[in-house]
Ligand binder design. Sequence first.
Ligand SMILES: *[C@@H]1O[C@H](CO)[C@@H](O)[C@H](O)[C@H]1NC(C)=O
Length: 909
Amino acid sequence: MITKLPRISTPFTLLALVLALFISTVAAIFEDEAGVIDWHRTQIGLVSDVYVPASGASDYFGMFTESNIFAVLHATNGSIAWRRSFADGGVKSYRVLPLPDGDHVLLAVTRPAGNSVLYRASWVDGSLDWELSTSGQISALDFIGDAILVGETSGDVHIVEHSGMKQFTISNHDATVVAIKSGGIFAEKDETVTISKIDFKGQSLVEAARFEGTFVSVEEDILVLRKADSHIVVKLDENCQPIDSITESDVDSVIFSDRTIVSKSASGTVTVYDRESLGELNHIEIPVATVTVGVETETFTTINFDNELNVINSATNAVVSTFKLTVSAPVLAVSAVGENILVRYSNGIIQLLSGSKLLWERDESVAANPIAGLFIQLPQTAAADIAAGIREEILLDEGSNSNLLLAYIKRVSRHLSDLQALPHYIIRKLQSSYMAVDEVELDRANEFGLHQYFVIVSGRTGRVVALDTFLNGKTVWALDGVDVGAENGKDTTVRLFESSVYIFTKTGAVTVINALTGEIIKMDQILRTDQILFKVIELPSGLYVWASTDELITISDTPAPIETYYSYRVNDHSVWGYTISANPEGKMILTKTWEFNLDHGYIVAETASRPKLDKTVNVGQVLEDRRVLYKYLHANMLSIAATNAEEHRLQVFLLDTVTGRILHAKTHETVDTALDIALAQGEHWLVYTYTASAPTLGEQLTMWDLYESKEPNTRTHADEEYSSFNGLLPAPYVLHKSFFTGLSGTAKLGLTVTKHGITVRDVLLLTRSNQLFGYSKPQLLSPTTTLTEKGKNKTTQVSAKSFYDKAPTLLSKSQKSTVLTHNLPLILLSGNNLLVTGPTALESTALVAAAGNDVYVVRVTPSKPFDVLNTIAFSKQQLIYTVATMLVVVGYLRPQVGKKRANSKWGVE
Ligand SMILES: *[C@@H]1O[C@H](CO)[C@@H](O)[C@H](O)[C@H]1NC(C)=O
């Protein structure tokens, strides 16, 4: 009998080869990608003032911002040419002067202590020519010929050569120098403004004129003063003597062009005067929000309260052009930048417009007092589906033989369904070669939960923005006008609950936002006027607000909990423990159970508890001799760092929030309480940083590890179910270790959180110098056993011995990926930083974000990317080529073998 062997046709083999060509990536990230992929969104902050180089044609323009950054942008595309942050050290005041050569800018920054530094830098790249320090507060800058004139609030005027050499200083008799214009020194004292000229030969000041009133502004030959409720516009001759003046009341702003003077009243009406004759040219009664002198000198630009922009001819009152702005938020200011105008909106957006055309737009809201950053996982990743499928198979595997078959069928069908996605994958791969976004990479990022949204709430602007963690921080959605409360959202609470963002103000306004779409789900006022918000509590049934009247208020009508829960409240000096339970009517009752007061003179500096997403996978720490030290696992622990400024002490407590008992406490002496104190709590440990002058001056990091007992293999409770609900627990056995951080200051401490908690934790340090460090927690502190000298006795003891034991500073032993920011020029504002971590669907990988002006997001793999296929060990490409080659070989050999077999059966050789 001859069985006809199925032949694999040549077209099929060819197809397989062609397909293989397109498949170059596997659905797993590579080792060298994990922990490396990061992005940095550079921001400049909310713009305060705009400066344009002296020669109008330049492509650059500068801005000083509320983040204390001087930034120079490309006028063509709005990208940052360079920026310099003065945030570190603070800014009391600043002055900026574009120099007449058109290539340089002069920048004067006064520090909070009152001393100033003057810089001369290049517009193009910010390279510094020179800097000059003065002991006073610089209040005016100008140039005359080659000399630079620097006026100070003390009345001193420094004459500086353009090379940066100070020539001489003259004093103006304690009158504050308010402006220097065309060689005239404008000084103010006791509601009198004097104008003086410099006598260079005699190195003195000669008074030229004197006016009653306070100084507002000066522009060439026009001086604006304020007297009582009126503004006085004075026209001066070459000798600074008044020729003519206009007096106008109710003035809000006065601006000048070459030919006109435009004044806007507080009620929004606009009056235009001829600059030469001071005669009134025009008057517009329709209220406008902002006004600027426009593109050409005979026009000015107004924006009304409906965000309609009008360019108006000053002489004829004719509207030259009109259009509606694309952003609906109120306009703060408009400024002319060359031929274009820059519009600044209250929500942090800036736009450069050329006529009615939008040239570019920047969103600076994420830089404006971010009060919260949240990682939002996108719904149900493919990895989760696969994991569920595999779990099912494993369950069936453990059963009888018939189940085994079922499991096999399940696996085959799973693979078949995976295969169905192949044509789609190939099409996407082909498409992505000419698309901006690599769709295949995006699919993979989605699959492994690496594609998430990072939502930032700006406490300054009330704008909420979602950034795409995969697309380098591109904005996914943005929402304006959210009520974030007073004082830039200082007391506002932001929570994520079931992929909704909840924003609570102290006075009880709640905004609920769908984190995936940015839609407002709900806006509500939940507190009465006699209540303020103490705390937001999350229970399994939902979120609740703890009001100052000790009432618990539900949001979204969540049912009252059935069980009793424990909670606590902290203020500056005390901690109170409460139970939450429902009475028979279903009303929630808060009952105070304990109170903990700090010693006199101490104030709470920082509190921490274990992150909500942190999980425990094992209850013990395995020692070198395979014995186990049991972790002190306690779900209700609160760490408190309290400082006493007078006695220079830091106290750290670990409280049991069920009973109010102190589980452990430690006092540190000679601590500088004015510097940063950072605190973070993990599974069974806590870590904190502080600066002390003993034993040596420097910042120290202290770590506590808590265990049930000093003895390995010993649990304090015979039954494993122990809890502080039934009786007092024995105190934990605590291991301590301290290091010098070698840093100038740690602003924030954090720890990485992974999906299942199998991966070791990294302790994250966000430093004052805007760098992010990650240290593996076990390398900082983990117990080991050591044999004592007694040899045979084999007494073992536990010691805090670690990799770092011989290295007293953290940085002295470097390891892989310790510096997560790779020395990027990150700008973060001290005191306003966020350090956030979020898990991904890959157990090895977590996302870490640092924000607070710039936003930086990086993937970290504390235990190395153990669940990631690496290219050397597994190459899907090679596998496919091998299979394809085999197919070709089989396709070629099979007919020959068949022929040979048939021949042998037939009996021929
Ligand atoms: C913006 O324009 C400048 C030149 O005008 C160019 O050098 C720069 O690369 C541009 N930036 C971007 C992001 O396109």
